[in-house]
Design a protein around this ligand. Sequence first.
Ligand SMILES: *[C@@H]1O[C@H](CO)[C@@H](O)[C@H](O)[C@H]1NC(C)=O
Ligand SMILES: *[C@@H]1O[C@H](CO)[C@@H](O)[C@H](O)[C@H]1NC(C)=O
Ligand SMILES: *[C@@H]1O[C@H](CO)[C@@H](O)[C@H](O)[C@H]1NC(C)=O
Ligand SMILES: *[C@@H]1O[C@H](CO)[C@@H](O)[C@H](O)[C@H]1NC(C)=O
Length: 460
Amino acid sequence: MRRGSSNWVLLLLSFLVLHVSLSNEQEDSTAPMLRAEQEALYLLIQDLVGKWWNGSELYPDPCGWTQIQGVSCDVYDGKWHVTGLTFGSILDGSLECSEDASLSPLLFEFEHLKSLSFFGCFLSSHHKTSIPSSHWEKLAPSLETLEFRSNPGLVGEIPASITRLTKLQSLVLVDNSLSGNLPQELGHLVQLKRLALAGSHFSGQIPASIGSKLSELLILDMSRNSLTGPLPSSLGAMSSLLKLDLSDNFLHGSLPQELGQLQCLTLLDLRGNKFSHGLPQALHDMASLQDLLLSNNPLGGNLMGTDWGRLTNLSTLDLSNTNLSGEIPESIVRVKRLRFLALDNNNLSGCVPTKLADLPDLTALYLNGNNLAGELKFSEAFHRRMGRRFAFGGNPHSSVGRYCKQEKSAGSQGKGKGRIMDDQSSSVLTSLSFPASSINVWLGVAVQELLVVIALILLL
Ligand SMILES: *[C@@H]1O[C@H](CO)[C@@H](O)[C@H](O)[C@H]1NC(C)=O
Ligand SMILES: *[C@@H]1O[C@H](CO)[C@@H](O)[C@H](O)[C@H]1NC(C)=O
Ligand SMILES: *[C@@H]1O[C@H](CO)[C@@H](O)[C@H](O)[C@H]1NC(C)=O
Ligand SMILES: *[C@@H]1O[C@H](CO)[C@@H](O)[C@H](O)[C@H]1NC(C)=O
């Protein structure tokens, strides 16, 4: 009896739930939009795409039956609200910006806006645009993604007021013409998972607050700027970090031991800076590293202080042109997953460990431009596997060195000076800087990054 009645209650409840959700859905599809928000949307778009664009004529119901490509909406309290805005030439039918595109302050009237993106929107070098310097706090309760990508006409500094957007999870300012110092207040964006500030003209030092406050960060990319000064040791506090790319700047000083605390880091790219004082001892503590790219730095020192065998997942090791001396340690052959090894254009001496040929995945080996002795004893099969991705030329003593016991005449020796990244590593290298111009690049994004994106979407 009791059981029967509770079943009834359950049935009734589920009926109610079904009914409520159905009627909600009906309401959704016919939900009205606030007149003011609709007008603001039309005017905002018109300022960006041109006066010819007549919203009320083309899209009388912008969140309903005449949806606009690049505009997404959601229902809050029975009304449609704009939640996402994407401008620029991404897909056919996207809202393409005009030559004299400008950013209307109406932008700050969308109180439910979660995502705002401009891809290749401000292009003109005659008509320059800056990131608005105030009112960002109005979007603070909702905005999670802010992106300006490939806007050569976007100039000026990052306004500190942008750091009032404390809900931001992704801040991407990539391939613009922004300049000036990075605001110290970036550390206020404590929910950031991705911070990408690559490919502008930023100068000055990396704010230490980034490392000490942004503990959720997964991706930090400040490559291709003019940043100076040392690497703040606080970066070691970003315990979740997966990718750190600071390549092509003017950073100098030693690599801090605290980098060893980055236990999740899979990519460390510091190529093309002025780092010195050798490899940090703690290098081998970054146990998850897959790509370690330090080429073109006057690092100096040698390879002996690192326990290479601990980097079990390392597949790309680029130490080309880093002023290394000493010998190539045998322990390097314990990096079993190594695919790409570049030690070229250093001052390495001694013999080449012949066991390198036993690394099952190795498909690129650059040893040219050193002082390595002896002749190489690699099999024909090994040379066939390497093809042009092997180079040993420019080792002046290689033919006269007699103290490499195992030496015997080997097959042809590559002489090429240039290096070819294998497919795998070159896709890693592009994965941090998605130019809007190409969808293909998106396809090349590493699986891990996709997972991060999916995780972000699930979080919404
Ligand atoms: C847009 O079109 C409507 C209806 O055709 C017209 O009344 C209005 O003046 C137009 N607005 C602009 C800005 O051209
Ligand atoms: C190495 O990679 C494998 C997957 O390929 C992963 O399961 C493992 O956790 C990684 N090891 C470390 C130390 O990150
Ligand atoms: C390379 O290292 C040597 C010491 O081994 C040092 O004397 C020289 O200045 C370094 N070169 C550069 C360009 O840093
Ligand atoms: C290269 O290393 C040798 C010792 O192996 C040293 O004598 C020489 O000065 C180094 N050359 C440079 C340019 O650092």
